[in-house]
Design a protein around this ligand. Sequence first.
Ligand SMILES: *Cc1c(COP(=O)(O)O)cnc(C)c1O
Length: 504
Amino acid sequence: MVLTHVQELDEASAAVFASRYVQDPLPRYELGEKSISKDAAYQIIHDELLLDSSPRLNLASFVTTWMEPECDKLMLEAINKNYADMDEYPNRCVNIIARLFNAPVDAGEKAVGVGTVGSSEAIMLAGLAFKRRWQNRRKAAGKPYDKPNIVTGANVQVCWEKFARYFEVELKEVKLREGCYVMDPDEAVRMVDENTICVAAILGSTLTGEFEDVRRVNDLLAAKNKRTGWDTPIHVDAASGGFIAPFLYPELEWDFRLPLVKSINVSGHKYGLVYAGVGWVIWRNKEDLPEDLIFHINYLGADQPTFTLNFSKGTTRSRLPHWSSQIIAQYYQFLRLGFEGYRNVMENCMESTRTLREGLERMGRFTIISKEQGVPLVAFTFKDRKDAPLAFRLSSELRRFGWIVPAYTMPADLEHMAVLRVVVREDFGRPLAERFLSHVRMALGELDDAAKGGPVPRMRVTIELGPAAKGSSEEATARVVKREAVVAVHRSVSLTGGKTKGVC
Ligand SMILES: *Cc1c(COP(=O)(O)O)cnc(C)c1O
């Protein structure tokens, strides 16, 4: 019997922590028969959520885990808004981003783009636009239009594979090789044929954070287009790098400055600095978004063009309330931070990345495979090839300290490489970076001990961090203040197989 005596409890006893509610079994997969009090419902769910690891210590994800309290407040104020003229804020954001990416829009002109729930939806829409444009051109020329393909690197994020399967486009992947973990532009352009709807370049490879050379893809492809008479365009998947490059590397040409770049996606919830649930896709010109993909609805009074996969979110007066608050949060960040603020945040992230990188290098066991220019993350492997399986063990050892660090094998042809990746977000400052390094050192020590002499007793060690010793390197000193034996509890998380590999 489940929670049967709710009504009989008086207010006072219902509010007592550890009341009968938390003792009785709960309905999980069916609707309970009776109501329970709001305090009990809150407490029960709150308690279960405590078991989730702290999002701040999750170094696997690019997704924003901290925003200013003022913005949290605005989001709460907007959370129940499903009746607001919400066109205004997405429009402002689209225009801000298009100009940041150097789209050819004049001062008074409106940029072309839409807000989405993330880069995955943005990529589906951009891919559809390319497919439709290519089909229209082929039809007009009386040529077959049933075998479209996209050329990418094998390092693409899983959403491209989804697009390919859902919308029946072949994905032609340029293989990676030892020492080159991104799409080789020469090889990519060689693979382009008359059925290629676009080449997709990544600004910030999910696996290593490295920027692909979009400038070279553009130049090689322009030459090939001239030779063949084709009109193959480029899409840039700037999910993570789109809010890094404009601030840290303004000279780097990767965006609409390159004539063949026709659309770009970016995740607002990654380095756009908004909580999960917002992405953007921007087109160079109106002509790059075929009119027949846009629906016009007018039952809300005025003509309302819509091109999204998610209906409720896309209409003026019935947007998902949740999404409204993400859009408001995005606009808050643009307004509040400005160019200067974004640049400061990105510089800080880079600084923490350097601390991590140098600390890991000093341990002498790892090869860093991420580049200094790119998304602020450190991707590394064990130097010694035979240590590769240790990557997965190190990942689970670090979980005991609360850190989530994914370990994954690389795609086709480099599967022997097991990589660990630490993503640096705004809220991962130097003190956390230093603690993380000391935990890696401890975890490595334990792995080495285990390798030497069978199972070692598990200990819980409490350490206290002190200031760095005078004149020494910049890391803090650690002092062990308590050791206690613990019974090991392991949660195993499958991190291999498929393209997801526990990273996003
Ligand atoms: C994260 C990521 C995606 C998917 O973005 P979401 O916003 O999570 O949907 C696509 N491509 C790249 C390169 C990414 O890093």
